[in-house]
Design a protein around this ligand. Structure first.
Ligand code: NAP
Length: 217
């Protein structure tokens, strides 16, 4: 199967959480890490997130001028099986192209920079990642940055769709039994199926720690 090179990037607290316990967004990255993330975005052809990240955080998913004056905006990709992306969300503004993968007929009228692509579901009811990655490949997207949230990252990991995993560990604790983490979903029930990584590099970055892993396949 043809697929882009996949970089998963996520900022977590010391206890592995990625938002506040009520799902609200929280600043985990340091300024130095934001600069790294924007530069990484600029190097990728596309950035992908799940619909719950869009609904909770309303991200732009663009590269900010503050970090790069000469920048090409990557394509923004949303996994949204029920076409819930709001027409006024920042991710569909005219600053970049946006692809919304969905499983329902979507009657919303977006601007011309937004394309809706119909996609079948996998056996667990999620949009089929094989189809999506193959579709992105046929569009010439060679590198894809997956930014979350925890459900999307889990599904990429459990399917082995990762080449590089960057985790920035901010020096905070959030806590909460149900607070989203880097990888949510149903989890692994058998130690034989653990998803294993090799630590490639780590360094202090601002007030936190940047780690780089690659999956052991
Ligand atoms: N710290 C960070 O770096 C960071 C980055 C991003 C997000 N976040 C946080 O993450 C939280 C949201 O994470 P989340 O886990 O609740 O939601 P999410 O991963 O953003 O979105 C999950 C939703 O996407 C849709 N989806 C469709 N196909 C999918 C597939 N193949 N795999 C996975 N999802 C698919 C499903 O909704 P439908 O069934 O409606 O299609 C699913 O419920 C927010 O609190 C946000 O602040 C943190």
């Amino acid at each position: 199967m043809d697929r882009p090179y996949i970089i998963i990037n996520c900022a977590v607290s010391i206890d592995g959480k990625i938002s506040l316990s009520d799902l609200r967004q929280i600043k985990i990255s340091s300024e130095e890490d934001f600069e790294r993330v924007y530069k990484l975005r600029d190097k990728c052809d596309a950035i992908l997130v799940g619909i719950r990240t869009i609904l909770n955080d309303n991200p732009k998913l663009t590269v900010k001028k503050r970090y790069l004056t000469q920048r090409k905006q990557p394509v923004r990709v949303i996994l949204d099986s029920r076409c819930r992306t709001p027409k006024n969300s920042l991710v569909v503004d005219e600053n970049a192209k946006t692809l919304i993968f969905t499983n329902q007929k979507c009657n919303k009228k977006f601007r011309n920079n937004v394309e809706i692509i119909n996609c079948r579901r996998d056996k667990d009811g999620f949009l089929n990642l094989n189809f999506i990655l193959n579709n992105l490949s046929t569009r010439g997207i060679k590198s894809l940055m997956v930014e979350g949230g925890g459900t999307v990252i889990w599904n990429f990991l459990r399917n082995g769709f990762v080449d590089d995993l960057y985790v920035y560990v901010g020096s905070i604790i959030i806590g909460g039994e149900k607070t989203p983490t880097l990888a949510d979903g149903v989890g692994i029930k058998d130690f034989k199926n653990l998803i294993k990584f090799k630590l490639i590099n780590f360094k202090r970055l601002g007030s936190g720690l940047l780690t780089h892993y690659q999956m052991i396949k």
